[in-house]
Write a protein that binds this ligand. Sequence first.
Ligand SMILES: [Zn+2]
Length: 408
Amino acid sequence: MAVILRAEHVLPIVSPVIRDGGVVVENARIVDFGGFEEIRRRHDGEAVELGSQVLMPGLVNAHCHLDYTQLRHAISPQRSFTEWIRAINSHKRALHDEDYLGAIERGFSELRKWGTTTVANIESFPELMLRMPPPPLRTWWFMEMIDIRHRFSTEDAVAGALAFFEPERPGWLGGFGLSPHAPYTASGPLFELASRASTELGMPVTTHVAESREEWEMFKSATGELYDFMLKLGRWMYDCHHSHTPLGQLAHNVDLGSRWILAHMNELDDSDFALLDALPAKPSVVHCPGSHRYFRHAVFPLERLRATGVNLCLGTDSLASTDSLSMFDEMRGLATAHPALDAAEIVAIATVNGARALGFDGGKIAIGAAADLIAFPVADTSAGVHAAVLAHRAPVRWMMLNGQILPT
Ligand SMILES: [Zn+2]
């Protein structure tokens, strides 16, 4: 049974805005769209009238840690990135399974409140998935992998892996992936293993890379606060003596291709851009403007990254390093820091690009795409509908997920 949606402004993202548009949804997919009169001639059935609202794909958050939703405002900006790692580790020692389960639930409701229909969530405690209800949003669960210090017992690790890759999950929308945490916490062999597994299993793989100046110093010159901290933790440090950049070190261990989703990428030099230029299949790069501001990182090299052809996406990171899980806030953060960026491109970065990173046919209004949609009123469209989307500051009250209109 087809559902016809009608709205004053329809934003397909990958094709021009439609005034008085219609979108037809059947079996969780978009089967037709265009001007409403045209759609009316082609399809029977009653239309859901969304009035003067914008109808567009739901937002795709390409980097999030729902585990840490309860750490909002818990850690004030620290003197250094290394100090922040110390602070979050000490908070984590006081938290239990119930806290994390509650945090994940609260995180989902906050994402949904602000129009996110798909999230890439890095899960540090995969064993919790045995106790979790089906997620209320389309979710890619990335199993976090760290081998600098084993935090889990063998039983936990086995239970976690089983929970993660348990094949029968009725009602769960989305998929799975792997996340070796970062070149400073995951060894070369672990990266290699994750990379091989993701290729064989057809899964995306994500990591944090070139996030801070301290990470740069650690790999480039075997100096600095992060280097000293990791040395004290007993980390192998042989990979810090080749004068590699953090990205160069990663590329030394794995073949970076379109399955890779690289979070942050703030600290890059000419050799890194040359490396990205030369890749036959480009990775995705996720920028998290709120977290970037919190850490006062170097300017995100957006123009140079874009010139290499990587797929730029947007994420919120966790509430331990930002104060909002709203992708509207992140879109505004991107617009403020990069005023030359076109509003339409920003909206594409927050939707279809994130979906592309996950290998998911969504984040757009196109025939065959997943029917994950949002609608909300916009006050002033004189600067264009995309600019009006960026200016939206109220919760999103209408959402369709996988072809189902969610109750408000
Ligand atoms: Zn992160």
